[in-house]
Design a protein around this ligand. Structure first.
Ligand code: PGA
Length: 251
């Protein structure tokens, strides 16, 4: 695992944006695996700025998002489709039919999971998968205990995850109880992984990732077995991680 330590959220966002832009420049028909949440907001802002300043083109890019809430319509202000449209898709030259998220309003959720897996398979998986990390070590909505072999599935969100996301809703009761998430296997199959972490709230999960073993109790830990993973983390997120002469211990 390559670890890039940065001073701030801003620096993390800039470095992550450069990483994605480099991928697009190398292969303008890349498949980008995208994530939602607070961590990635700054990065999307920088991608949009870059698109205006440098004309980086998304014309041939295809995107696969990690997850979507069950029961929220596409145009619901809190849906991840709305987040992606507002933060990135509406501001770059990416044809909307080349963007993909699971459909949280599908009548048959089992069929929807199969459809999404088939789509991931047909598209050839992500060339680069962007990931945040949950305070409990989740990736996508793969909560602790999820099988490393999992494909797209419906999950019941843990109380801690619903609480962490309640800030976007009027009350915790409005936070959906379920979501559809890409499975850990599909995430792992991405050619490159870009994992981002910012702030004290992520320090415990990052410490467990870097110093602990690969274990289904910490979904993100599987990424230690990935051959092309970069973690960009700020000092606060790395604050509980032991460091010897710039080398992070034991991972
Ligand atoms: P956050 O979420 O970016 O809002 O902290 C990350 C995650 O839960 O995966």
């Amino acid at each position: 695992m390559k670890i890039i330590e940065v001073l701030s959220y801003e620096e993390m966002s800039t470095k992550a944006a450069n990483f994605i832009i480099q991928q697009i420049n190398q292969d303008p028909s890349s498949v980008l695996g995208l994530a939602t949440g607070e961590t990635t907001l700054g990065l999307y802002k920088k991608l949009v700025q870059d698109h205006y300043l440098n004309n980086t083109s998304y014309q041939n890019i295809r995107t696969l998002n990690l997850d979507e809430y069950v029961g929220l319509a596409e145009n619901d202000p809190q849906s991840y489709r709305t987040y992606m449209n507002n933060q990135l898709f509406n501001h770059v030259d990416l044809p909307i039919q080349q963007t993909h998220l699971p459909d949280g309003m599908a009548k048959n959720l089992v069929e929807e999971c199969l459809r999404y897996d088939e789509l991931i398979y047909n598209i050839g998986g992500a060339d680069i998968q962007l990931l945040g990390i949950g305070q409990n070590g989740h990736i996508g909505f793969n909560e602790p205990g999820t099988s490393f072999q999992s494909n797209t599935h419906v999950v019941e969100l843990m109380d801690s995850t619903r609480k962490a996301n309640a800030r976007y809703f009027s009350s915790i009761n409005d936070v959906p109880t379920h979501a559809i998430t890409m499975g850990i296997q599909s995430i792992f199959n991405s050619k490159k992984i870009l994992l981002l972490a910012s702030g004290h709230k992520k320090a415990n999960a990052i410490e467990r990732l870097l110093n602990g073993k690969v274990n289904e109790d910490l979904p993100v830990s599987i990424l230690k077995n990935h051959e092309d993973i970069t973690l960009i983390a700020d000092r606060e997120a790395l604050s509980l991680t032991k460091k010897n002469d710039g080398i992070y211990s034991t991972y």
